[in-house]
Design a protein around this ligand. Sequence first.
Ligand SMILES: CC(C)(COP(=O)(O)OP(=O)(O)OC[C@H]1O[C@@H](n2cnc3c(N)ncnc32)[C@H](O)[C@@H]1OP(=O)(O)O)[C@@H](O)C(=O)NCCC(=O)NCCS
Length: 190
Amino acid sequence: MLIIETERLILRPFREGDAADLFAYLRAPTAPCFLSLKLADLAEAEIEVGKRALDEGRVAICLKGTGQVIGDLFGGAGEDEEDETASVGWNLNPRFGGQGYAFEAARALLDHLFRAKGFRRLYAYVEDHNKPSRRLCEKLGMRLEGVFVEFVSFTKDAAGNPIYENTMQYAILRREWETLGGCPRDQVRS
Ligand SMILES: CC(C)(COP(=O)(O)OP(=O)(O)OC[C@H]1O[C@@H](n2cnc3c(N)ncnc32)[C@H](O)[C@@H]1OP(=O)(O)O)[C@@H](O)C(=O)NCCC(=O)NCCS
């Protein structure tokens, strides 16, 4: 993936040295879908960074000023791609939430996937109780396509039974992105 610069952020591949920043938010993930990625210690974070560095679909979100990795995005690489379609996702260190960073980063990623990588359709899975992520999808212009009831389980109850989540699917087509105006070109350089 190219390096993408937005007003306040740099989006770039993961690289050696990112483990401490990744561990800072994956030591205690706030969304159920990331519980399986909970990292026990810095050594695990280093292994995870090593894997991500080889995966062009994993993107580190860095603050322009300090270079700190404050979250990550995925999309545009992997086995889910067919019919020019890809899934996208995001995970922000909660210390940096509520400042528009996730929107700024995700908007740039969608723009890159549509315009530079040529994807036709992008979609995201979001659990129904995850209001910040649903709102982000909506701000990006993604349409709610449906709800998969008791679709997936990330956790178990005290008795060991799976707790199933209702998963919403949001999507947007390239032609919709273009009609909406996508990402203003003066805010993204890649
Ligand atoms: C989902 C997630 C990425 C959303 O992050 P976020 O910081 O709430 O999202 P945004 O970047 O859109 O910022 C939200 C708020 O910042 C505010 N904000 C403050 N300064 C801003 C600025 N300069 N520019 C834009 N917005 C700004 C906005 O008002 C916005 O609130 P609004 O949507 O009510 O208008 C984050 O909650 C997260 O990582 N959650 C855990 C992981 C997760 O759930 N991932 C998705 C799994 S499906």
